[in-house]
Write a protein that binds this ligand. Structure first.
Ligand SMILES: Nc1nc2c(ncn2[C@@H]2O[C@H](COP(=O)(O)OP(=O)(O)OP(=O)(O)O)[C@@H](O)[C@H]2O)c(=O)[nH]1
Ligand SMILES: [Mg+2]
Length: 325
């Protein structure tokens, strides 16, 4: 995590709580999610274990609590915290301690961007095999192959993990589409082979959120990690939450990145300076009567640039749950 000297803080006070504009709803539950959940439940009879993938930057908050009753509680469960390359390594032990108190599942950290040597990806196959051979297989004892279902909220890397396992253990190319926007996988597909010995298949599934996220901070952390469609929450609100979080945790690497003079808690100021620096402008027809064109800083594009930089790790590595660990 990048820390800045306290000198920069002289005379500055930052928000200690975050408020979103009244009309903003932390809600995204399109039809493909409810349909997907039903199909996932129907497919359970063909499944030996559940691999729940979550974003390692929010290890404690934001998991879909409904999974426990609908899917994951009905089969042996493995929790994979993916995007470990983007998280703060110093907090890993704390994370593990808390999660082990919360659930008895095996917990594995993975980095699907690492195409050669992620230990978690290697370990996952053994863990799936052990769990499937050591627990009841729900009327599947006769089956030669083992079958897992991968679940989680959107955009946490479920499909990437399937591809990475296939690349690693079968030396085969990607089988499923991945992308940086939430909602790439929209339906439960056919089972995908990821390993020959032991013979393991995995069902990919669409990311599924709870219909409403009641806690503002949890919802904003999910939005910041890209599990909502940005347009549902408004990228300027997401950028404002990012600014709030960075300031609150004395992380000021954004100041240089956005060409600011000093830290500030004012998102409009941040986005205006950044838009001007990046030459991001909106040209709008001037309805004042003289038929001219007015030019304004494009705050949404600047917000998009700010949030994308965070998601790529340009400001360092973070554990957004650090306060509750
Ligand atoms: N930095 C980093 N990025 C990752 C990792 N795994 C996946 N990604 C990226 O995260 C984005 C989402 O990956 P997907 O595999 O499509 O995620 P998903 O959970 O299948 O998403 P949905 O199908 O939309 O629910 C893509 O841009 C991936 O390249 C990782 O370990 N580290
Ligand atoms: Mg997917």
């Amino acid at each position: 995590m990048v820390l800045c000297s306290n000198v920069l803080l002289l005379g500055k006070t930052f928000r200690s709580t975050f408020k979103i504009p009244d009309k903003t709803k932390l809600r995204w539950f399109p039809g493909h999610m409810s349909r997907g959940l039903k199909v996932m439940q129907q497919k359970l009879k063909n499944v030996d274990c559940i691999i729940e993938v979550h974003d390692a930057r929010i290890p404690v908050s934001g998991r879909n609590p409904n999974f426990k009753d609908t899917v994951s509680g009905l089969r042996p469960h493995i929790l994979v915290l993916n995007k470990a390359d983007l998280t703060d390594e110093l907090s890993l032990d704390k994370t593990l301690n808390i999660l082990k108190k919360q659930c008895s599942s095996e917990i594995i950290f993975t980095n699907c961007k690492d195409s050669t040597n992620c230990k978690g990806v290697n370990k996952l196959i053994n863990v799936v095999h052990d769990i499937c051979t050591n627990t009841s297989r729900h009327n599947r004892n006769e089956e030669r192959e083992f079958c897992a279902m991968i679940i989680g909220v959107p955009n946490v890397g479920k499909s990437s993990l399937i591809n990475r396992l296939r690349n690693r253990f079968l030396k085969k190319s990607n089988a499923v589409t991945v992308g940086p926007i939430a909602g790439i996988t929209r339906a439960v597909g056919t089972k995908i082979k990821v390993c020959q010995n032991p013979l393991i298949y995995i069902f990919d599934t669409p990311g599924i959120l709870t219909p409403v996220v009641p806690d503002v901070e949890v919802g904003m952390k999910l939005a910041l990690c890209g599990t909502f469609k940005d347009s549902e929450v408004d990228v300027i609100n997401i950028a404002d939450y990012l600014l709030y979080w960075l300031n609150k945790h004395n992380c000021f690497s954004y100041v240089n990145y956005l060409n600011l003079k000093e830290p500030t808690d004012n998102i409009t100021e941040v986005l205006t300076v950044s838009a001007v620096h990046l030459k991001l402008f909106l040209r709008m027809k001037d309805f004042g009567g003289n038929g001219g064109i007015s030019v304004r800083p494009d705050l949404s594009s600047a917000a998009n640039n700010f949030v994308t930089a965070f998601r790529k790790g340009s400001f360092g590595t973070f554990n957004l749950d650090i306060d509750i660990l």
